[in-house]
Design a protein around this ligand. Structure first.
Ligand code: SF4
Length: 82
């Protein structure tokens, strides 16, 4: 196995946080192709708990607005249980 010298406790994007919604199980970002932030931190970081709360709120808003079609189209019920 090739040694990379990478700290496996940190995501590959280099950010300190390991709770970002966009991280997959391998520590890679699923949202961005380029995660080389030479000047500072990632502006898209969001804790998974916050993301789930915002998704649940969006889901409720769509349902209250009678937009079950959008809930179905984008598979939001499945995301809620992710
Ligand atoms: S959104 Fe930013 S902080 Fe989150 S995993 Fe991607 S690059 Fe890292």
């Amino acid at each position: 196995m090739k040694q990379t010298g990478r700290d496996i406790t940190k995501p590959l994007c280099g950010m300190e946080w390991g709770d970002c919604f966009a991280l997959n199980g391998d520590g890679r970002c699923e949202a961005l192709e380029d995660t080389d932030f030479r000047r500072g931190t990632c502006p898209f970081y969001k804790p998974i708990d916050q993301e789930m709360m915002e998704c649940a709120a969006s889901l409720e808003q769509l349902k209250e607005g009678g937009r079950e079609d959008l809930v179905k189209k984008y598979g939001m019920e499945k995301q809620k249980t992710k």
